[in-house]
Write a protein that binds this ligand. Structure first.
Ligand code: SF4
Length: 71
């Protein structure tokens, strides 16, 4: 499973972290932790299939609709 975060839309609210702490984190500055890994507007990462349920839930609760499950 691949998860994409639209870093332009994401406002670092952290709902995804509360819903799926195995997949998402905020850094020490309270920012989506994958921001520092990306120079572009979007970043994606591979996640284990067993987390698909919580990933889908995180995509639903994200107030900015910044999360997409790509496959
Ligand atoms: S819930 Fe959405 S807006 Fe909030 S940190 Fe996660 S991806 Fe960003």
């Amino acid at each position: 499973m691949k998860i994409e975060i639209d870093l332009l839309s994401c406002k670092d609210f952290g709902e995804c972290v509360q819903t799926a702490p195995n997949l998402f984190a905020l850094d020490e500055n309270g920012k989506q932790s994958l921001r520092s890994n990306s120079s572009g507007n979007k970043v994606n990462f591979e996640a284990a299939e067993e987390f698909r349920g919580v990933a889908e839930e995180a995509a639903i609760v994200c107030p900015m609709q910044a999360l997409t499950i790509l496959d």
